[in-house]
Ligand binder design. Structure first.
Ligand code: GLY
Length: 558
């Protein structure tokens, strides 16, 4: 007993030492995974840009200062709330190249060639980021495109002191050149790996960004860069061609819209599953007869059961709607269906997930989110990704940017579902030109037609659940932004049938009680790296926070 209390004291100190801070601003705010990038966004707001301009500058800067996930070689999703109160979204998800096929990662016996859908150039999807940023700027931006890349180019050209988290990763890449041959020119200068605190210059990336600055999206998808990119990918046995690049298009889509206790919720439509799945979970939560005390055993049990059901439906039905019919979609989003699902939950005992119902896939945890709000009520919630950390870990030294391994988000083995979480449902199998299902969940919540919460996270499928719990934290439990982000979170994704919880954050008694209800539990060091802005209509202050699990994340405000 004595030992336990000493241990608990240590935990309290440990948590308070890493707890993220609330930051406050009146005129504008940016929260992102890199302090440099957040500052770049604020510079744009100060120069007269709006939230869309600032989000674009932040994203280009993330591609320089947070190569772990920031990118121009990947894709993502953006939700925009305009100053007129309209909400729209941009889908710039990567696409399967035209030469793709549903069996492309299988051997002649129909088995997955181990790692082929993540660790080879075949895993690279046609990048969408530059098209998404450019199109959003064309329609909603205020200040010239060229200005939005200035800070990113300057940081790539002049360099910046390499932060510790990147330096640690660089060291590991340097230690295993046979495993990461294509990373060596990325992390080394004059034959030596760039170390912690040393200036890291990226001249090739600076030149690529200058081309995009001058020529817009054409500078990336056509001409010299497109040619060099296709040649490089093919030299690594990938299949992306110049035509794949020339024909890539970002798509403006209507958001998934719902209401929750007087709030309006706006999320991404398919091919991101975030909007649909979170809406389904919020609908179930809204119909609970009693609101559980946050942090109680009952709270986590109900969360887990709601997540279990919503993730079953995600795996069963969701994929790229431009390629598959989903007649069940309306039902999934309806209150009637939420009532039906809630009736099936046992409030005293864990449900069961059976493998015969669906199948699942490994999904990278490494993505990045940014939230922006300006003084006129324009807000942007944007999540972008390379899929895994540093994507496929390949880059042409002439172009200087990393490529995604997003093809790994498709169901690689059609028809195969396992207890370990592999999904094989048809909705998300590979087809030429199709977008792979995503879990990215940028959300904007409004109250009285004005942004109340701008939120999102990396974390693969855990994104959906961390965003869900953070929305509950701010709307139901009235937590300030940082407290909602840091509140202990769990994850359940139907299969594997278990609750994942965050290390040091939940009381041993709570975990034991959940086990007694029939839940299997598993620890993880953290869930999500949320970036959020909450607006207080009474004080007219924005309150922002970057998750303490984000090593270089930061909020900039003025
Ligand atoms: N690659 C992570 C996601 O799209 O959800």
């Amino acid at each position: 007993m004595k030992n336990l209390s000493v241990f608990s004291l240590f935990l309290v100190i440990n948590i308070s030492a890493v707890f993220s801070q609330n930051h406050y601003g009146k005129n504008g705010m940016v929260a992102s995974a890199s302090t440099y990038a957040s500052q770049a966004g604020i510079e744009i707001l100060k120069a007269g840009g709006n939230a869309v301009d600032a989000a674009i500058a932040t994203t280009f800067t993330l591609a320089v200062t947070w190569p772990f996930a920031g990118n121009i070689g990947g894709g993502g999703f953006m939700v925009i709330h305009t100053e007129n109160g309209e909400v729209t979204t941009f889908d710039f998800r990567e696409k399967a190249p035209f030469a793709s096929s549903k069996d492309m990662f299988l051997d002649k016996n129909g088995k997955l060639k181990s790692g082929s859908n993540h660790n080879t150039a075949l895993a690279i999807g046609v990048p969408g980021t530059v098209a998404g940023l450019y199109d959003a700027h064309q329609k909603y931006g205020l200040i010239p495109w060229e200005k939005l890349l200035e800070r990113a180019i300057q940081l790539a050209e002049s360099g910046f002191p390499l932060p510790k988290s990147l330096a640690n990763d660089f060291f590991q890449f340097a230690e295993a050149p046979e495993k990461y041959p294509e990373m060596q020119s990325f992390i080394k200068r004059d034959g030596k790996v760039v170390g912690f605190g040393e200036d890291w210059k990226q001249p090739a990336l600076a030149e690529t960004l200058k081309k995009i600055q001058k020529e817009g999206k054409k500078g990336f998808y056509e001409g010299e860069i497109a040619e060099a990119l296709a040649d490089y990918i093919q030299s690594q046995d990938g299949i992306i061609t110049k035509e794949d690049l020339a024909q890539y298009e970002a798509i403006e889509r209507s958001p998934i819209q719902s209401t929750f206790k007087g709030y309006q919720l706006y999320g991404m439509p398919l091919p991101s599953s975030g909007g649909v799945t979170i809406t389904q979970m919020m609908n179930m939560w809204e119909q609970l007869e009693e609101t559980p005390i946050i942090g109680s055993v009952q709270y986590y049990h109900i969360l887990a059961e709601i997540m279990r059901i919503a993730f079953r439906d995600r795996a069963k039905y969701l994929g790229d709607q431009d390629f598959i019919e989903i007649p069940e979609l309306e039902k999934l989003l309806s209150d009637e269906y939420a009532t039906e699902l809630l009736e099936g939950i046992n409030f005293d005992k864990a449900g069961e997930s059976t493998v015969t119902e669906i199948h699942s896939i490994h999904e990278g945890q490494e993505t990045t989110h940014l939230s922006v709000m300006d003084a006129n009520g324009m807000a942007v919630s944007m999540t972008t990704t390379l899929e895994q950390g540093y994507g496929v870990k390949m880059q042409s030294p002439d172009l200087g940017f990393l490529l995604n391994n997003e093809m790994g988000d498709f169901n690689a083995v059609p028809g195969k579902t396992t207890n370990n979480g592999q999904i094989g449902t048809p909705a998300n199998t590979i087809e030429a030109g199709k977008r792979m299902l995503s879990s990215m969940s940028p959300f904007i919540i409004t109250k009285n037609n004005y942004p109340f919460l701008v939120i999102g996270s990396p974390g693969g499928r855990t994104i959906i659940n961390t965003v869900f719990q953070t929305i509950l934290g701010t709307t139901v439990y009235d937590y300030p932004m940082a407290q909602a982000i840091e509140a202990p979170k769990i994850h359940h994704q139907w299969l594997p049938d278990r609750i994942i919880y965050e290390e040091y954050k939940m009381a041993p008694e709570t975990l034991k009680a959940l086990e007694a209800m029939g839940h299997e539990i598993q620890m993880r060091s953290f869930l999500g790296r949320l970036m959020g802005i909450k607006y207080n209509a009474e004080t007219e202050f924005m309150e922002g926070a970057a998750d303490s699990s984000s090593p270089d994340g930061g909020v900039a405000a003025y």
